[in-house]
Design a protein around this ligand. Structure first.
Ligand code: UDP
Length: 330
């Protein structure tokens, strides 16, 4: 464990890592990173690295946990043994149980659980690298993973801590600020500003709490923007991919159509001609039975006019017997 720094804020009013008091650490979010989860998110918040996976709505096991009118939301926060400086003993402990409980409560109200009675929505968060603020990082990732899973929600939940170091309020505490600072207040809020998580460790005056909350809310708003953008980029990419697929399908279809119209037209023509001829033949056979002589005469006429198209010939088939007969009579 590192030693307590002499000062947290330098003469320029900047923190140990060069941030301003109201500046949050850099956030990086990747959506839909796990194939087998219904929704997932990889998130970096400063040096924190977390992975969230959402499964569900799905059947509840054990069954006695199921609620007949709504879905249950379960949240499991786990810190990997290798995520911290001194190896963490693997498995659940009091701290992870507490973090899981408060985080579930911070998210649950935002989910339309009444849409999925008798089912479960499971959220798992693994902390791969910890550097203070893992519960807020985990919540931010879980919220995005829920959205990625397509779970209907009132809105996203964004989380960010504030605290006090060197009697100065600072937002999104770093490891040393968290370990040796005067206060640490993680908060989570909905996108319309409703606070869903508020914990406090240390001492603050009511005025400091009020001012700190405003700072943290501004921090949450910044987090929200990154979450929103990450989701939009992800869906734009998916849309692009599906548009590409559609384009490819359309191209393939239009290629088929380039061949198909000729075939269709040709076959239509053939059909129509065949029908015409059939009609004519039927007409002849119904109206007047052509005698052998007439047919022979027709054949002769056709030989005389080979350039004439089949329609004309077909027309002639109606008219010619009389004409020929007349001619012969003459
Ligand atoms: N920590 C640790 N070992 C533990 C638990 C926590 O080294 O078993 C470190 C870790 O870096 C964590 C920090 O202590 O981020 C602060 O922990 P806290 O309980 O305040 O929760 P967090 O700020 O991570 O939400």
């Amino acid at each position: 464990m590192s030693e307590k720094p002499e000062k947290f804020i330098d003469e320029n009013g900047l923190r140990l890592d060069g941030r301003k008091p109201n500046q949050v650490r850099d956030i990086k979010i990747e959506v839909g990173v796990l194939e087998r989860a219904d929704g997932s998110c990889y998130l970096e918040f400063g040096k924190n690295k977390v992975m969230a996976a959402v499964y569900g709505p799905r059947e509840v096991h054990p069954r006695h946990q199921q609620k007949s009118t709504r879905a249950i939301v379960r949240y499991k926060y786990n810190m990997a043994a290798f995520s911290v400086e001194d190896r963490k003993r693997p498995g659940p402990d009091r701290r992870s149980t507490e973090v899981s409980k408060v985080s579930r409560e911070a998210l649950e109200d935002q989910v339309f659980t009444e849409y999925f009675p008798k089912s479960a929505i499971d959220i798992f968060v693994e902390v791969l690298q910890a550097d203070a603020g893992t519960r807020t990082a985990a919540l931010n990732a879980a919220s995005v993973a829920l959205a990625d899973a397509g779970i209907p929600m009132r809105g996203l939940v964004s989380a960010c801590a504030f605290g006090k170091v060197d009697d100065t309020l600072v937002v999104d505490l770093s490891k040393d600020e968290d370990n040796y600072g005067q206060a640490d207040v993680p908060i989570a809020m909905t996108q319309d500003g409703k606070i869903t998580l508020l914990q406090m460790d240390g001492h603050l005056t009511p005025e400091e709490l009020k001012a700190g909350l405003e700072m943290a809310q501004e921090g949450c708003r910044q987090v929200y923007e990154v979450q929103r953008q990450a989701l939009m980029d992800h869906y734009a990419k998916m849309q692009g991919e599906s548009t590409e697929e559609k384009d490819a399908e359309t191209k393939a279809q239009s290629k088929e159509e380039v061949v198909a119209p000729e075939e269709t037209e040709a076959s239509d023509d053939v059909d129509t001609e065949a029908e015409d001829v059939e009609d004519k033949v039927a007409g002849e056979s119904e109206d007047e039975e052509p005698e052998l002589e007439d047919v022979e005469e027709e054949a002769e006429v056709e030989e005389e006019n080979p350039a004439e198209d089949s329609e004309e010939t077909a027309d002639e088939m109606d008219e010619e017997p009389d004409t020929e007969e007349d001619e012969l009579n003459e």
